[in-house]
Design a protein around this ligand. Sequence first.
Ligand code: SF4
Ligand code: SF4
Length: 85
Amino acid sequence: MSRVIFREERCKGCLLCALVCPVDMLEQSQRSNSQGYRVVQVKDQDMSPCKGCAFCALICPDEAIIVYRSKKDDALTELMEAEHV
Ligand code: SF4
Ligand code: SF4
């Protein structure tokens, strides 16, 4: 199963990631980060629909998303890490 991690402190709540997700599994949460932005979350905390396409990470202007895609042996392999520090 693929997995998506959000760096909530980077999120501006723009929801571009939710717009491009082909399985519509992302939404705005009720939580705000320290900058006052309501951050994105996975609907119902259900990661199972995720295809590991990384469209969300690619479009995020704030590099707030990391996508991991699992191999057959279930070892998680980093597909994209959008951190450039
Ligand atoms: S990796 Fe693809 S399917 Fe998974 S949350 Fe991101 S856009 Fe949606
Ligand atoms: S695209 Fe990035 S900044 Fe915008 S809501 Fe998604 S994670 Fe947050």
